[in-house]
Design a protein around this ligand. Structure first.
Ligand code: FAD
Length: 388
């Protein structure tokens, strides 16, 4: 599609959040257009660990209900695999992972503590270095690229449209409503706009008079050559997240965020070898029988973060017809449910299946102006230039 046309709902951002919302809307006949400045899924949504186990979220029950059905609902494979094993390298990690067990149990999801023999059986690449672990009978993992494709194709099957390589630069507002989304290909008229632009969500929302406090950070992943498939691909712990792909590669990330000053609008984030080393070391500790495997790929992605780490999914108060959605670093796993919640806000004005009041923007009303400094989320470059 080369020439801009209007749409009933225009979604800014073709990551998992925008595409899932677009799919939910299109499957019930809403005329929807997803616009992305690059290619869909090129940012965090195509670069993440694929984890789907967010037991602390109000969207958890819906996340868990939907994932096992997603291949059928979309009509395309996501490579979703249920359940997760978490291995602890210390008593402190065991205690931390035990909290997830208790929290999920309160919501009706079972887990089992694993002894050394069970770990050897269920995780053949593990050695004897871990002090213990859990098998979570919830959560799981999926292939981010397959899932992205699935959302985009399924949405188009229902008549939704995607416009790639089209950058949104502002909004035409009149009478308290967004009349059109302004792009480098011209204005695109709409009845409702959804801003789901990952780390750029704050900048775009500010153009509609709404402050969405958030900071971008860079994170990295490594991929090893293929190894024999383990009974469960979703094995993590030792400060790492990740999965074994269906081909056998170990794809893992984790470690400190590298805080960025502004959302990366230009060149994609590049991996740096200083981060790759510690990820590889911790992976070798987690799965010592994979320590010989060569790292064949690595990449970085830019993650969106709100001050309290919780998503924002809300209607803006500054205009009558805009919804904002940013998932604060857990957006892949939650995407089946977040898209449905966005659909509900756009069409009905409220979420029908979960209490998402903790995702409202009003929670930031008393946020300290220097919240970023208080949390130590300053970009290295900014700190260095101030010190100089
Ligand atoms: C290394 C890494 C590991 C992760 N691991 C996990 C995990 O295991 N599980 C999990 O649930 N989450 C994980 N995450 C987080 C998850 O990937 C994100 O929360 C999620 O992808 C956010 O999706 P999104 O669609 O909201 O944003 P994005 O994927 O950032 O998509 C936003 C889109 O908006 C577009 N856009 C921005 N500005 C404009 C503009 N002006 N005009 C038009 N388009 C614009 C961008 O091009 C982009 O495609 C991880 C992230 C990273 C980087």
């Amino acid at each position: 599609m080369n020439e801009p046309q209007g749409a009933s709902v225009v979604i800014v951002g073709g990551g998992v959040t925008g595409l899932s919302a677009g799919w939910w809307l299109a499957r019930e006949g809403v005329d929807v257009l997803v616009i992305d400045k690059g290619m869909v899924g090129w940012e965090a949504s195509g670069r993440n660990g694929g984890g789907c186990s967010h037991h602390f979220s109000p969207l958890f029950a819906e996340e868990q209900r939907l994932w096992p059905m997603m291949d059928e609902l979309l009509g395309y494979p996501t490579e979703f695999r249920p359940h997760r094993i978490r291995l602890a390298g210390s008593a402190e990690q065991m205690e931390l992972y035990g909290r997830a067990v208790r929290n999920a149990a309160r919501q009706g999801f079972a887990s089992e503590e694993l002894d050394a023999m069970q770990i050897r059986e269920l995780v053949p690449l593990a050695g004897d270095t871990m002090v213990g672990g859990y098998l979570y009978r919830f959560g799981g993992h999926a292939n981010p690229h397959r899932t992205l494709q699935g959302y985009a194709w399924a949405m188009q099957d229902h008549g939704g449209r995607v416009m790639q390589h089209c950058s949104v630069s502002g909004f035409d507002v009149a009478g308290g409503r967004v009349k059109a989304v302004l792009t480098d290909r011209g204005p695109i008229a709409c009845e409702h706009v959804v801003i789901a632009a990952g780390p750029s969500t704050g900048r775009l929302s500010a153009m509609l008079g709404q402050d969405v406090p958030m900071v971008a950070a860079r994170a990295e992943m490594i991929v090893t050559e293929a190894l024999p498939l383990m009974p469960y691909g979703g094995v993590d712990g030792n400060g790492l997240y990740g999965r074994q792909t269906l081909r056998g590669n170990l794809a893992y990330g984790g470690g400190p965020h590298e805080w960025l000053d502004t959302p990366a609008e230009g060149a994609p984030a590049k991996p740096s070898t200083p981060l790759m080393g510690p990820i590889g070391r911790r992976l070798a500790e987690l799965l010592p029988k994979a320590a010989h495997a060569r790292i064949i790929r690595s990449w970085a992605g830019v993650i969106e973060n709100t001050p309290d780490g919780r998503p924002v999914i809300d209607r803006l108060s500054t205009v009558a017809n805009a919804t904002v959605a940013t998932l604060s670093s857990i957006g892949f796993g939650l995407s089946p449910a977040s898209g449905r919640a966005i659909r509900d806000l756009v069409v009905d004005g409220a979420c029908s299946f979960a209490d998402i009041s903790t995702f409202r923007l009003e929670r930031f009303a008393d946020l300290e102006p220097n919240w970023r400094e208080l949390q130590g989320w300053r970009a290295k470059a900014a700190e260095e230039s101030e010190a100089a």
